[in-house]
Structure formats: C-alpha cells, structure tokens
Design a protein. Structure first.
Lengths: 309, 253
C-alpha cells in the first residue's frame, strides 16, 4: 500500500545520531561493515525476496568489483572511480550474459547454476596470481572523491551512511513502482504476469543485473575501505552469509534487509570467542530462522504488530 | 469484422492430440462460448491462442493480423487478456496491486525513473491505482479494497482475476470457467458481470460448464469433443444437435 516512508526518517535519524554515540574507530568499523552488507543485501533481496529467484553466487559479483578496484589502479594506473565503474559495468555485463540461460532454470537448478558461477569467479581470482596476488590477496590504493582522499573509519562512515539511506529509499521506490510490482507479480504467478504483458524473462535478467551491479559497487568501496583484498570476498561462504542476511531479516522486506545485515554482521563480533566456528553458527542461524521464522524477522514482527492496528 | 480467427489449430502432447484441427471465427463484440466435456481441450485451446503453448499446427489471427507464435506478453500488448480455470492470483500482493499489475503495459516501467521516484511515473501510478480501485468496484469487490489477496475467499478471487484482466483494457477477453466452484447466487453475479463487460464493447470468449449460463449469454457456441470441433452455432442450434447430446451423455455414462 501507500507508504509515506516513516522508516526512512527513523533510519536517517539513527544514522545521524550514531556518530555521536560510537566511542571509537572499532565501532565505526563495525557499523561501516553493517552498512556495506545492508546495501548488498538490499539488492540481493530484490532478486530473492521480491522476484523469488535465488542466487548463491552473489559474492562473485562483489569480488569482481573489489578486484577491479585493486587491479586496474595498481597494474594499469586507472583512477579508482573509473575502475569502480568498469568493475560494475563488467559485473553487470557478465550478469546479463549469463542470466538468460540461467533463468531458464528454476528451483534447485537455479541455485546450482548461480553457485557454480560464484565458485568459478572465486577460482579465477585465486588462480590468476599475476594479477590478483592469488590466495594471498593484494593491496588496494585509497579512494579519492573530488580530489579528497577518504581516510579512516569516520570519514568512510560519512560515505556509507548516505549511500545506505539512498539505497533504502531507491529500493522502496522501486518495489512500489510498476517495475517492482511486476517483479513481485512474477514471483506470485509467472503465467498471470505474462498474460498481462510482463516480459518475465526480461524482468528476471534486469533484477539480476541490478543486484550484481550493486554488489560490484559495494565490492569496490569495500576494497578501498579495507585497503586489501583476498579471494575470500568472492567465495561461497560470503555468498551464503549474504543469503542468510536476506532470509533472517526477511524476504521481500526492505528494512528486513537492513536488520538482517546488522544482526549478522554483529554476530561474529559477539561470537569472537568461538573463533573458527562462525560458519557453523551462520548455518545454524539460517536453519533455525527458516524453521521458526520462515518469513524473516521484520515481516514476522510487522505481522504481530499489524494485528493490533 | 472478425476479431479472432483460428485456423486448423492443433496441439499434440506426445502422441495425444489435445486440440485437433480446430477452426472458428469470433466476430467483434460478441460473447463466444467454447463448451465440451472434461478433457475436451478447451483450456489447451485458450493456452494456444494466448501464447502459453505453441501450436503444433495452425494459425491464430487477431484483427486480421497473424499472431501465432507470439509470446503471451506480446499478445497482451495486442489486446488479449485472460483468466485461469485454476486461479492464478499473486498471493504475495494486495488485491488492488493484483489489479494494478493488469495495467502494467499502460504505465512507465523504467527501472531508473522508478528508483528515483520520478514525479511523472508516480502520477501515472496513482492514476493506475484509482483505475484499479474503480475496476474492483465494477466487478463487485468494493469490500476488498484494503485486503491482501491471500485473505480473500475463492469466489472473490475469481472476480479479482476478471478485474485484473480488464485493467489491461483488452480487445478480447478469454474467461476459463469463471463460475467454476461458485454457488448459484455467485454464478448469477458472474453472468451479469460478463454481460456488462460484453456490453462495454469487449469481445468475450468463454469456457464454462454451467449450461444455463452458457445458453443464456452466448451469441455463438463452439462444441469441442476429444480435441475436435463437434459443431458450432447459436444456442438453439447447439442445444438441438444430437451429436452434442451424445457427447455429453457419453462422457457422463
Ligand atoms: N501440458 C500437458 N501435457 C500433456 N497433456 C496435457 C497437457 N495439458 C492438457 N493435456 C491433456 O490434453 C487434454 C485436454 O485438456 P484440457 O485441460 O485442455 O481440457 P479441458 O477441456 O479444459 O477440460 P476441463 O473441462 O476439465 O477443464 C486432456 O486429455 C489433458 O490431459
Ligand atoms: Mg479446462
């Protein structure tokens, strides 16, 4: 229904006040990682939650962006912003080339195909040692915007916070538009969507490309932010983390994407003592939330509260 | 002028001919019914015409233009709309949104203008929402304007499908058993609704098992049996045809 976007005001207020509350760079860093994940998950949720398609290889696109921002400036002297654009264009192009055959599949086959895609990207990054530094990774030069180098967790927060706010706003606009309605409709019934004029294949490809593009941009920003990339950013575990955030926060929920990203970014910090076992905990969280809260946190809570309206 | 011409349409599923060499013409502005026993090929015929299935042989013309082999969304753009025998409702959306999807082709669907909340796009979308609301009233669903589709009873969903199809502003509307599973009162309402739609100038092609309704409402009737055209004619012609009676009694026995 019509949403006057009160959530956006709340999120904006939180993002504005947070810098006053965060005691040190360590906490800024955690919040920055939450924002990075939230933005990627917003894009992924368009694909998984709203359009009802699955991707188990999205970290691959994140990796393409990250390595474009590492390789092009380092080996070829590209300006970082151009490298970021090239990475995103490359990720979008790759997504648009492989999406048509992939989306002829559905269910388990689609999951397998996207998983394979992610694995291939991650293997390439590991093996092209001359360019990528192989499994050891490689350093990434800093990012300058308008001639100013972004330096330190606080300044990066100043970039990530508005980008997150913009992403939430844009996603909400999208799902409440004819384009977004078509995405949700093809999730609900493909044949019904087709016969009212929705070119189902085109919409699936478009949302896949969009989510790949977002992942790549965030991969680039993350690479500059951290100053170093390793092939881990593109690997299967990272893809699973992203999907877990979608599922736990809530499929087809914009704020669910943010909440899922925040919770599951905080979780490893809280579990620091379980070093090495984070993956197991992620798996357990995914399983438990599928069993007890299949719609995810935010939609479940919204339904509870909505009953009182 | 003929709105729809179907020539020698044939569909084989493996060795089975679900539709076999069926030809007929639907004049503009009429109610044209397709009847036949269960498994006669009525739904398959609809699927072939609306592009969900590709015919093995044959041709479909819409307003004298060959449209065989076009995808469903392309046919929608040319003015075809339909409902489904087994409901195809988007249960993840509200009732109004389901109808709004029907107007998909009439609004701006650009990705970037959508994300950036372009005022022109928003205005068109508000107009679409208003039209969807009117259409819900038109099919008698005023009570469900605030409903999630998943919270609506079966009979209301049957009408929601009709509202969605109408939102596409079709030239020809295919209704596959719109009264199936409805009680006599609801069936009478659907009967009235179809008349109203036809009076509004939309050509209607109807598949329905309720013979009282079919005989009342149809300008012409096509009878299918085992995928083949048995006969075609006005209600009285069809009713008096011994082959038709035999086909129905034969199946019932
Ligand atoms: N996708 C398919 N694959 C194989 N056979 C099919 C398929 N769709 C329909 N059939 C077969 O084609 C024949 C015609 O089916 P269809 O659904 O068109 O009949 P119908 O006239 O709509 O029947 P009903 O009145 O029960 O709705 C049936 O024998 C059915 O089993
Ligand atoms: Mg049927």
């Amino acid at each position: 229904m019509r949403r006057p976007h009160p959530g956006l005001l709340v999120l904006g207020a939180i993002l504005l006040v947070l810098p006053l509350l965060l005691p040190n760079a360590f906490y800024f860093d955690i919040v920055n990682r939450m924002a990075i994940n939230a933005i990627v998950v917003l894009g992924l949720n368009l694909l998984i939650g709203f359009a009802g398609q699955i991707s188990l290889g999205h970290a691959g696109f994140f990796g393409i962006g990250a390595y474009a921002s590492a390789i092009l400036p380092t080996h070829y002297g590209w300006p970082p912003v151009a490298a970021m654009g090239a990475g995103a264009a490359g990720a979008a192009l790759l997504a648009s080339v492989i999406a048509p055959p992939i989306f002829r599949l559905s269910g388990h086959y689609l999951a397998m195909a996207t998983l394979g895609l992610g694995v291939v990207i991650s293997i390439v990054l590991k093996n092209e040692t001359a360019f990528t530094g192989g499994p050891d990774g490689m350093p990434v030069p800093p990012l300058s915007l308008f001639g100013l180098e972004i330096f330190g967790e606080r300044q990066w927060y100043g970039l990530f916070a508005p980008v997150l706010l913009f992403s939430v706003w844009a996603c909400q606009n999208l799902i409440d538009s004819p384009f977004g309605r078509a995405l949700r409709a093809l999730h609900g019934s493909e044949v019904a969507s087709q016969v009212v004029g929705v070119d189902v294949a085109r919409y699936k490809v478009a949302v896949f490309v969009l989510s790949a593009f977002i992942a790549s941009i965030m991969g680039s920003l993350t690479a500059h932010y951290v100053g170093f990339v390793t092939p881990n950013v593109a690997d299967f575990l990272h893809s699973i983390e992203l999907v877990t955030m979608v599922v736990v926060g809530g499929m087809a929920s914009v704020y669910g994407s943010v909440v899922g990203a925040v919770l599951l970014t905080a979780l490893p910090q809280a579990l620091a003592t379980f070093e090495g076992w984070e993956t197991v905990v992620f798996g357990a969280v995914l399983m438990l939330s599928m069993i007890f809260m299949p719609k995810g946190l935010v939609p479940t809570l919204a339904a509870r509260l909505g009953k009182g309206r | 002028m003929a709105r729809l011409e179907v020539r020698n349409l044939t569909k084989a599923f493996g060795g089975v001919l679900a539709v076999e060499d069926v030809s007929f013409t639907v004049e503009t502005g009429i109610v044209y019914s397709v009847i036949g026993p269960n498994g006669a090929g009525k739904t398959t015929l609809f699927n072939l015409i609306t592009g969900l299935l590709a015919p093995s042989v044959g041709e479909v013309r819409l307003d004298d233009q060959v449209v065989t082999g076009l995808a469903p969304h392309q046919l929608a753009a040319k003015g075809m709309a339909r409902t489904f025998q087994n409901l195809q409702i988007c249960m993840n959306m509200t009732a109004v949104e389901n109808v709004m999807v029907g107007g998909h082709l009439s609004v701006d669907r650009n990705l970037f203008r959508s994300m950036l909340h372009f005022p022109s796009l928003r205005r068109a979308d508000v107009v679409l929402r208003d039209r969807a609301t009117e259409l819900m009233a038109y099919v008698g669903l005023d009570a469900y304007l605030q409903s999630e589709a998943s919270a609506m009873p079966y009979g209301a969903l049957k009408r929601l499908e009709i509202a969605r199809a109408l939102a596409a502003k079709p030239r020809i509307l295919f209704l596959d058993e719109p009264a199936a599973g409805l009680n006599p009162r609801e069936t009478a309402e659907i009967d009235r609704l179809i008349r109203k739609i036809a009076d509004g100038g939309v050509t209607v092609v109807l598949v329905e098992h309720d013979m009282k309704m079919v005989m009342n409402i149809s300008d012409r009737i096509l009878v299918l049996n085992s995928g083949k055209k048995l006969t075609e004619g006005s209600a009285s012609e069809v009713r008096g045809n011994p082959d038709v009676i035999a086909a129905y009694l034969g199946k019932a026995a």
